[in-house]
Write a protein of this length. Sequence first.
Length: 85
Amino acid sequence: FDEEGQAATEDEKVRICKRSYDILVNEVHFPPEDIIFDPNVLTIGTGMEEHANYGVDFINAVKTIKEQCPYVKISGGISNLSFGF
């Protein structure tokens, strides 16, 4: 989440995590190895076409976040993958 709301797309997830990382590491001097991001897997089982890529967006975002934010850990519950079934 940020001022614009919940991150739904891969790009939004990466942008928000990278912004948070930069503030925490560079401004607050928080140890990056103690940061845990949860880019949130949104519900894909709704039957709505615009939700169909949420799982892939999460997986791709995790890869990019790990590349752009060294030493962070990622948490992601997967209950939303089957929520609508």
